[in-house]
Design a protein. Structure first.
Length: 448
C-alpha cells in the first residue's frame, strides 16, 4: 500500500484485517471521510502516512481476569486495554464493565477518544479499556474482588505518565476506588494513575457532573452561534446514567423543558418537563432501584408516562441529546425527529447516532455535534484532575466549572473554524479536522 492511497484503499486495507469489527470500521469510516482531503493536500502528512497510522492502535493488551465469587467459585473474564495513540500525552480513556464489551467496541472508543482528547487542547493521548464482566446483581464484595483482580493485570501497563484510565459504563467512583486501592498497594505509590477518584483521595470537584454539564455548555455555545438561547427550549434526552441525568439537571436549571429520559427497557416521558427535584431524585436514587425511571414515574406525578420498549425520539423536541449508548439513534429515528421539527442534535454518548442517521441530519441542514466534541467535558475534567494530582493541589468547584465552560467554548470555536460552510456549520467535520491537524502535526514532528 502506497503512502498516497486514497480513502477507499485505506478502508479496504482495514476491512481486510478487521472485517468482523463493525463498530471500529464505522468510526474510522466517519472520521477518514472528513480528514482524507486535508491529508491529501499536505505533503508531510502523505509522506508520513499519517492517516493510516492514526487509524491503527499502537498497542492492544488483552488479559484474563480470574477471581473468586461469593460462592467460592472461580470466575474468568476477559479484560482489555487499547492504547490507541500517545502522540500528545499519556494514554487517557475510560474503563467499561459490560457483557457487550469486545475488542471492536474498545477500538472504536479508543479511536474516538484520541480525537476527542486532541480537541480539548490538553496533553492527553487516547485509550479505552474494560471487561465483559457485568457488575449488575453482584455484591459489593464481588465487585471489589473483581476490580482487584482486574487491576492486578492492568497495573503493569498504566501509570501517571504512561496511561491514566477513568470510569465509563458501570465503572463509577466505587469501582475506581477499588481499582486505585489495589494499584496503590501493589506499587506503594500515591499518584494520579486513575481519574474519577473520590474527592477524599485525590479526586476533583465537578468530575462526576462534567460530561453532562459540558454537553449543555456546548449546547449553549451552539445556540449562541445561531442567535438562540436555551431557556424555554424543549429538550429530549435518552439514557438514565450519569451523563443523561446531569445533562438533564443542568438543562432544567437553565429553564429548558426536558421531556424524556430512557434506558434499555423503555422511556419515561413528561411532556410538561421534569422538575429539578425529579432529576435530583433520580441522581440520588439511581443505584437503589432496578429501574430508576419507573420508580421516578411513581415518585413524580401522574403525567410522567413510562413507555415500555420505546425510544424517546417520537416526541416533538427542539433539541435532541442522545446520551445512552452507541448506535441507539438510527435512520428511522432521525427521520422522525426531522419531520417533528428538531433543530439541533448533540451527542452525549459515544457515537449514538448511526451513519445513516447522521446523513439525515446533514441533508436536512440540522446542526449535529458529534460526541468527540460535545461530550468531551468528562475527559477535560479528568485532565484537570491529573494536573491537580501532579501538583498535589485541589482547585475549587467554581474554578473548575469555569475552566470546563472555557474548554467547551474552545472546542466549539475549533469546530466552527474548520467546519463552516457558508451559513451552515458542519460540526462533525470541523471536530474531525481540528483534532486531526493537532495529531498529524505531532506525528510529523516526532518522525516515523
Amino acid at each position: 500500500m502506497s503512502h498516497t492511497s486514497n480513502q477507499d484503499q485505506l478502508l479496504e486495507w482495514l476491512s481486510g484485517q478487521y472485517a468482523e469489527q463493525t463498530e471500529y470500521l464505522q468510526a474510522v469510516d466517519e472520521i477518514v471521510n472528513d480528514i482524507m482531503p486535508v491529508a491529501n493536500v499536505h505533503d508531510d502528512y502523505k509522506k508520513c502516512d499519517v492517516v493510516r497510522r492514526l487509524c491503527v492502535p499502537e498497542r492492544i493488551i488483552q488479559f484474563s481476569v480470574q477471581w473468586m465469587n461469593d460462592n467460592n467459585e472461580i470466575e474468568i473474564h476477559r479484560g482489555w486495554r487499547v492504547q490507541h495513540n500517545g502522540l500528545i500525552g499519556p494514554y487517557k480513556g475510560g474503563l467499561r464493565f459490560h457483557p457487550t464489551v469486545n475488542e471492536s467496541i474498545l477500538k472504536f472508543l479508543a479511536f474516538e477518544q484520541t480525537f476527542k482528547n486532541a480537541l480539548t487542547g490538553l496533553p492527553m493521548g487516547g485509550a479505552k479499556g474494560g471487561s465483559d464482566f457485568n457488575p449488575k446483581g453482584r455484591s459489593n464484595n464481588e465487585i471489589m474482588r473483581f476490580c482487584q483482580a482486574f487491576m492486578g493485570e492492568l497495573q503493569r501497563h498504566i501509570g501517571s505518565h504512561t496511561d491514566v484510565p477513568a470510569g465509563d459504563i458501570n465503572v463509577s467512583s466505587r469501582e475506581i476506588g477499588f481499582l486505585y486501592g489495589e494499584y496503590r498497594r501493589i506499587h506503594n505509590q500515591f499518584e494520579g494513575t486513575l481519574t474519577g477518584k473520590d474527592i477524599s483521595f485525590g479526586g476533583s470537584h465537578v468530575r462526576t457532573e462534567a460530561t453532562g454539564f459540558g454537553l449543555i455548555y456546548m449546547l449553549e455555545a451552539v445556540l449562541a452561534e445561531h442567535d438562540e438561547q436555551l431557556e424555554g427550549k424543549c429538550v429530549g434526552v435518552s439514557g438514565a446514567g450519569n451523563v443523561a441525568l446531569h445533562a438533564a439537571l443542568k438543562a432544567v436549571t437553565k429553564n429548558a423543558i426536558v421531556v424524556s429520559l430512557s434506558n434499555s427497557r423503555g422511556c419515561l416521558i413528561k411532556k410538561d418537563g421534569f422538575s429539578e427535584s425529579d432529576i435530583r431524585w433520580a441522581i440520588e436514587n439511581n443505584a437503589s432501584y432496578n429501574n430508576v425511571l419507573t420508580a421516578l414515574a411513581d415518585e413524580s406525578s401522574a403525567d410522567a408516562v413510562w413507555q415500555e420498549n420505546k425510544k424517546p425520539w417520537g416526541q416533538t423536541m427542539d433539541i435532541c441529546l442522545p446520551c445512552a449508548t452507541q448506535n441507539e439513534l438510527d435512520e428511522n429515528d432521525a427521520t422522525q425527529l426531522k419531520d417533528n421539527g428538531v433543530k439541533y442534535v448533540l451527542e452525549g454518548a459515544n457515537m449514538p447516532c448511526t451513519s445513516e442517521a447522521q446523513r439525515v441530519f446533514a441533508d436536512a441542514r440540522i446542526p449535529f455535534v458529534p460526541g468527540k466534541a460535545s461530550n468531551a467535558g468528562g475527559v477535560a475534567l479528568s485532565g484537570l484532575e491529573m494536573a491537580q494530582n501532579a501538583t498535589f493541589s485541589r482547585d475549587s468547584w467554581e474554578a473548575l466549572d469555569n475552566e470546563l465552560q472555557s474548554i467547551m467554548q474552545h472546542i466549539h470555536q475549533q469546530c466552527v473554524e474548520e467546519g463552516k460552510d457558508g451559513d451552515f456549520i458542519h460540526y462533525a467535520k470541523g471536530a474531525n479536522i481540528a483534532a486531526f491537524r493537532r495529531l498529524a502535526d505531532a506525528m510529523v514532528a516526532q518522525g516515523v
